[in-house]
Unconditional design. Sequence first.
Length: 839
Amino acid sequence: MISFPRFPCVFSIFSSSSAAAANDRELVIEWLNTILPDLSLPTEASDDELRACLIDGTVLCKILNILRPDSLNQEGYPENSSVLQSGNVKRFLAAMDEMGIPRFELPDLEMGSMKTVVNCLLALKIHSLSSVENLSAISSITKAESIDGYAPTPGSLPPLFDEETRKASQGLNFQCAVHSPVVSEPPDTELPHVGHKFHEAFQLKQVCDVELPVTKIPETMESNNLENGPTQSLLSVVCGILDESFETKNGEIPHLPQHVASLLSKAMQEIGRRLSTQADHLRTQSNLYRAREEKHRSRIRELEALLSAARKETKNVNSKMEEKQKVEKQEMMKLVKENEKYILEIAALKEELETAGMMHKLCSMEMEAEAKAAIKVLQMRIKDLECLFSDSNNKVKDLEVLLADSNNKVKDLEASFESERQRWNMKEKIYRSFIDFQFEAMQDLRSTSLAIKQEILETKKSYSYDFNHIESKVKALTDAAGNYHEILAENRKLFNELQDLKGNIRVYCRIRPFLPGQTGKQSVVENISENGQLVIANPSKPGKDGQRSFKFNKVFGPDATQGEVFSDIKPFVQSVVDGYNVCIFAYGQTGSGKTYTMTGPDGATEEEWDVLDLMDIGFKNRAVGATALNARSSRSHSVVTVHVRGKDLKTGAVLYGNLHLVDLAGSERVDKSEVTGDRLKEAQHINKSLSSLGDVIFALAQKSPHVPYRNSKLTQVLQSSLGGQAKTLMLVQLNPDASSYSETMSTLKFAERVSGVELGAARSTKEEKDVRELMEQIASLKETIVGKDEEIDRLRSLKDLKTWMPHHQRPLMTKLTEISDVCSMGTETDASAAIHSFS
Ligand SMILES: Nc1ncnc2c1ncn2[C@@H]1O[C@H](COP(=O)(O)OP(=O)(O)OP(=O)(O)O)[C@@H](O)[C@H]1O
């Protein structure tokens, strides 16, 4: 019984890699093809192809039968029954177990890993080699196999050295030599040793078997089949027989017995046959060597071709790399140039931006100055038109906001440009430091530059848009100012038309507030309506019966300010510029606020004094005295006359206008004013002239053909304003105190009558030149008539004088009279102010 060592390390190496597995498989296939030449399994066959070849167990049984004919029973290895096929495999596996060869399992062959199968067959191959050769051969094979990792250690060699085993081994060896044309094809690493194996085997076996006694040779020959004996034994037998025969016959050729000769003949035939087999085997080996050599040479040629191709490829790659480096170098140079170009462009852009910024600043300053000037002009105008142009201020504010926005935008742009510039500098540094990223950085710079250009263009656009916007705003304001003039002219026209429609004497009533010391006093004013209605209550007659209603053009309550009063009177003043004669006179009892309304409060500022300085000249001539009713009572009338001469530049028409501001002395009841002496005389004169004014008014109201203007100086002065072509406004002043009820009522009744006076439509000097001339002629004629009246009076007195004058002096008198006529026809000067103070 031969036990075979197991080589775990070998099998672990077998499974170390798929390449090793393929190599093992190839070795096994070559070995199988050597043993079974009819098999013709391709060396490169896969695991599955090998599996298909071995699965029925036939090939395995054939191998085993060749290597070990006695190991299988005589049932053979039928090929058609799967049961029997698996039986074949099982028998093979049983033989492996018996031989101590590592086996595989049946499922491995059917569908599992072929590694175990291949390993088993490799082990069988080694076993067969070790069995065929002698110990030296085994050692040689082991040495050769060790190259592939098959080497069993000396200590693990199979126990072939006991007698029984050795015999069995010899039997097996012989059998192998007989049935196997080629024992095995060792791997390439084994090849150099193969030839020695047989040689060494013969030599070693000779050493082992030469000691067999010749006398025992026939016994041995008889007991063993020749075919089963080792070749060396056969040679020993042959040599022993011949040596013995030669020795007995003293060098003569002996006559051998028939059976010995037959034995010798057989042995020699067997030896010849074995030598022939060995020769075939060597030829086959030689062919295999040549085939392998050719195969290796072809592989070498392929490798050389691959090497040259690789070299060419390397050359190509190198040249391409060089070209690429050149191109990159050129690109780098190009990028550096482009970078320099961009730096120059940035500098130019910066310069351009600075210039644009400067231009913008200049433009902004100019615009600001223009806007400021425009705003100043507009504000002056707007001041005149507080109500109408309150929104103009807002527009100016909008303009200022726009300008501020523009400045902020410029600042923002400058800041953003600064940050952009810094960012570019950073990029430039990064660019120089990291040259490999140059291209990418340049792309960024390009895109950023374009974005900045775009931004600058957009900013320029927005600037021009803003400028246009501001220009349009300024234009709109200019248009609005123009419209304002048109509206103003329209207002004037409408006012004049309204005045014409309503009649010429307008009556405004103003009630002064109680004075600081008059708290708790009862007011006679019951109600004031917006439509000019005023209700006065009789303090001694409470209830509706004691109330009397008056209707005027306008009633100002105690809270009305000077500004409010003026805003309503302003159109009258404006009419003077348009060539009308206007008379505004304040009427009312003493202390009712006439002077206050006409000149303003005592504490007027210096600026308020556009005209008051001139008035002051007159006031110096005006008599003022304290009465029981007014500490600073005006003891004379005050008439401020403004002569206006203007020229319409469009039409060339010359305009003349007069504005009479009349602050009448107060009507008073002397019993109340408690005046005596000169004050009493003043009061009488005042009352007389006021009474004359009343007469004129009544005459006008009744459309009387004769209006007694000449009854007082006051009516004479106001004649032109109380006439048909003037606009007359009477400001009726009231003292709300209940104690002044009767004066208040008489004042209001007088005013009521005045408000009923209808004068002729006022005419402007510019409306019709002929009319104006006629008016002037009429006025002149009137003045002439007045002069003539005076002349008549004078002549009458002269006539009286003539009666006693000598006759020769009468022509002189006539001459003087003519000169006097000429003097009485004197004309007014151009626009001037004159203060007449009289009482
Ligand atoms: N609207 C008013 N608001 C405040 N104080 C007023 C007002 N009107 C008149 N006064 C005050 O009433 C007083 C009398 O006013 P003012 O001298 O103007 O009356 P007058 O009618 O001119 O009197 P006279 O006829 O005696 O000259 C003054 O002290 C004046 O300051």
